[in-house]
Design a protein around this ligand. Structure first.
Ligand code: SAH
Ligand code: SF4
Length: 413
């Protein structure tokens, strides 16, 4: 049977063990690359120079082969190849939605799987990046929440998603690198000049699988690399980190990473938020909104986004909308609200609010002077929309889902 909008998944190969005993350089800071070069035998000065060159090739040009590094002496390239690799996640499956959204099921070197999604729009291209395999939390409307946490992704695996997306979108710059002259010993320097190119991937959202603030150090390390001006060079204004409300880490996220913050609020009363975002039992609405008010750099030019999933007869009444406005004003927040129509998944206990209800809810907030656009669902036909990601193909029973939810609740304390 032909399912409208469905495109058969493309299955690609099995996972080779990446690198063997060689060190993967992706995800290391520039200093750390220098460090491993010293450990491998270079003197400090040479290591520093080589680290700078290698960094540029890895993050500026997307090169995965040391042989392509034309400003590094030819004799040195096999030495690098023997000791290091420039890895990428393995693509297990790639799908394209009828609306152009693309989803990749990726595998790490240990075989663990996670997903990333690319959402093309007229004026931007957004990559939705995962921070964990699974999630320790269990927001009741979220498919990822039905998985146990398998493990955190490392900085290399997080930045690796951005690198792979640029590979797949074919948007690494061509030509020679500005400021890096050809190696005099080298006879195969390519011609042309480096150009910045019109970018396809313009924005990053940490809204894939997992809770990024429960994997703070690795997410920070990855985003620092993504923002580094000598590499991927994405502005922090084009990066958004979404949290379900890990209050103790929010100030550090603002100070140490400095990207835009999105907060998964989803409900305005303790009773309902406790139910649908169980982390609320640990960090309540008052504490959460105070942390938003104190978010470093929050202000008119850098508004916090409140994500609000529209669940039929659960959190979508006019009174809920009025209370949301009251809370935003009460805490003096410069905020906008992003209304997300609930995206269904097999076994979900909720339904999406009607379009009329979503519109009425949005209008009430707009009338109070707060922006409240409705997020158009993207990639629903390939289960790539918000909250639909889940790497394990298993379909747990209701009883199993309840058991996982109980376990996670107990772990929250
Ligand atoms: N763990 C982070 C990032 C999650 S994904 C967080 O919770 O903020 C980004 C958004 O999608 C979050 O606001 C999340 O609550 C929301 N979401 C989860 N499941 C959803 C679903 N089924 N339909 C719509 N939005 C959902
Ligand atoms: Fe985890 Fe976010 Fe899903 Fe909640 S919404 S279960 S925090 S991924």
């Amino acid at each position: 049977m032909q399912i409208p909008g469905h495109i058969d998944p493309v299955t690609t190969g099995t996972v080779p063990l990446r690198g063997g005993n060689r060190i993967d350089l992706v995800g290391l800071t520039r200093d750390a690359i220098g460090g491993v070069l010293v450990e491998a035998g270079l003197d400090a000065k040479a290591a520093k120079l080589r680290a700078k060159q290698i960094w540029h090739w890895i993050y500026h040009r997307g090169v995965t082969d040391f042989e392509a590094m034309t400003d590094i002496a030819k004799a040195m390239r096999p030495w690098l190849t023997d000791r290091f690799i420039i890895g990428r996640p393995t693509v297990r499956e790639a799908q394209v939605s009828s609306d152009g959204t693309r989803k990749w099921l990726l595998a790490a070197a240990d075989g663990q799987e996670y997903e990333m999604v690319f959402i093309p729009d007229a004026d931007r291209g957004t990559l939705c990046v995962s921070s964990q395999v699974g999630c320790t939390l269990n927001c009741r409307f979220c498919h990822t929440g039905t998985m146990r946490l398998v493990r955190n992704l490392g900085a290399g695996e997080i930045v690796g998603q951005v690198m792979l997306a640029r590979d797949e979108l074919g948007e690494w710059p061509k030509g020679t690198m500005a400021g890096f002259g050809p190696d005099p010993e080298d006879d195969d320097e390519e011609g042309g000049h480096y150009t910045a190119d019109g970018r396809i991937l313009t924005n990053i959202v940490m809204m894939g699988m997992g809770e990024p603030l429960y994997n703070f150090e690795e997410v920070k390390g990855a985003l620092k690399i993504v923002m580094d001006g000598d590499g991927l060079a994405l502005s922090r204004r084009r990066i958004t980190l979404s949290t379900s409300g890990v209050v103790p880490m929010m100030a550090r996220a603002g100070e140490e990473i400095g990207v835009n913050l999105a907060v998964s609020l989803h409900a305005v009363s303790k009773e309902i938020r406790d139910e649908i975002v169980p982390l609320n039992r640990k960090y309540g609405i008052d504490e959460l909104l105070k942390a938003c008010a104190a978010y470093p750099g929050a202000g008119n030019s850098r508004r916090i986004t409140f994500e609000y999933v529209m669940l039929k007869d659960k959190n979508d009444s006019d009174d809920d909308a009025r209370e949301l406005v009251r809370l935003i004003k009460h805490y003096g927040l410069h905020a906008k609200v992003n209304l997300i129509p609930f995206n269904p998944w097999p076994g979900a206990m909720y339904e999406c609010s009607t379009p009329e209800r979503v519109r009425a809810f949005s209008n009430l907030i707009f009338k109070a002077g707060i922006s409240a656009p409705v997020r158009t669902p993207r990639g629903r036909d390939i289960m790539a929309a918000c909250g639909q990601l889940k790497s394990a193909a298993t379909k747990p029973t209701r009883a199993e889902l309840d058991r996982i939810a109980e376990e996670k609740q107990a772990a929250l304390g």
